[in-house]
Design a protein around this ligand. Structure first.
Ligand code: AHR
Length: 335
């Protein structure tokens, strides 16, 4: 898959930092943030202490994203990683960020559960002199000085790519679509909806129902069951991620229909389970969302701590897969 120039150079940068990191203290990777009080790490010892607040563990995509971060921000690469899982709750993320501020970490990074409501805690980080890096999802704030950089995909573009393929394949057939939205208020849910709707505008593809499935397989299945009970004329599912699409497959099969044939399915992410369903003909098209953000985050964190200029927005480039492309890509797929 295509990556930014930053990613291509990150291994070299990480190795340089590894030289500083010999003898570094143990990482907190995987643990909850400490209650606060002690000041840990400090870039002046050659080790960057980074507090990361993850959205949760809601999807295959999220698992791959967490792995990429934990595999990259290691002691060997010059990091002490403090990692916390917010279980898809904004209040947990705010609490984790406050804890990282109290602990005096060198950098805070997080993937915001929802877009709004971050200004106060980001202002607290700024006042404490701790730089913040956004990964994966954006915040909706008028003050761009509250964070150093935002690394992630263009979600509007992903929705557009999905919608463009649907129009190319099915325009003129009067398709009725249902939409499984991501978490309400989350950037990928807002942006993918916007992109898909703009791409199908002017075609005869119509969204007849749309509800959140919270990016999980279980909720995707439940919402799809509701759609199937309510409508007997569904031609297509647009799911904001693979996991909800996989839940929809279960609901469609339980209703005695064939996913990918009776009801077409288009999703976003391209994780292995989704790609396998595409190869099996149960999903018809997948737009990729690359979760391997650890190397970019490492490079940006190193630059920020060193006082170097960083790009405010780093867009990760995504591909898209039909069945033939998925067959080719699946054997060497990293996630
Ligand atoms: O923010 C990225 C989205 O969050 C992924 O598409 C989804 O699977 C995850 O939960």
């Amino acid at each position: 898959m295509a990556r930014t120039t930053l990613t291509r150079t990150v291994l070299a940068a990480v190795s340089v930092v590894s030289l500083f990191a010999l003898g570094a203290c143990a990482s907190d990777a995987g643990g909850e943030p400490a209650a606060g009080g002690e000041t840990s790490g400090g870039a002046d010892d050659g080790v960057i202490t980074l507090g990361f607040s993850q959205v949760g563990a809601e999807s295959g995509w999220r698992a791959a994203n967490t792995k990429s971060i934990q595999d990259t921000l290691t002691v060997d690469n010059g990091f002490e990683l403090k990692f916390s899982d917010a279980q898809q709750k904004q209040e947990n993320q705010i609490q984790a960020i406050r804890s990282y501020i109290t602990q005096g970490v060198d950098v805070i990074a997080f993937s915001p559960v929802v877009e709004t409501g971050w200004d106060a805690v980001l202002q607290e980080a700024k006042s404490a002199g701790i730089p913040v890096i956004l990964t994966d999802r954006a915040v909706d704030s008028s003050d761009e000085t509250l964070y150093e950089s935002f690394i992630g995909s263009d979600f509007v573009k992903e929705g557009e790519m999905a919608g463009e393929w649907v129009v190319e394949q099915y325009d003129g057939e009067g398709y009725q679509a249902v939409e499984l939205q991501g978490t309400t208020g989350a950037a990928p849910a807002i942006d993918r909806k916007e992109g898909f709707e703009s791409a199908i505008e002017g075609s005869d593809v119509e969204i007849i129902d749309s509800q959140t499935g919270n990016f999980t397989r279980a909720e995707g299945k439940t919402v799809m069951e509701g759609f199937l009970n309510k409508h007997d004329d569904i031609d297509l599912v647009f799911a904001h991620n693979d996991d909800m699409g996989l839940g929809a497959i279960e609901a469609i099969e339980a209703a005695g229909m064939t996913p990918g044939e009776d009801i077409k399915i288009v999703t976003i992410d391209a994780v292995k389970d989704g790609m396998q369903a595409l190869v099996d003909g149960k999903i018809n098209y997948i737009v990729e969302c690359n979760p391997l953000l650890g190397p970019d985050l490492a490079e940006i964190a190193q630059k920020v701590v060193a006082g170097e200029e960083v790009e405010k927005r780093i867009v990760v480039k995504d591909e898209a897969f039909d069945q033939a492309a998925a067959e080719e890509a699946l054997p060497t797929r990293e996630y």
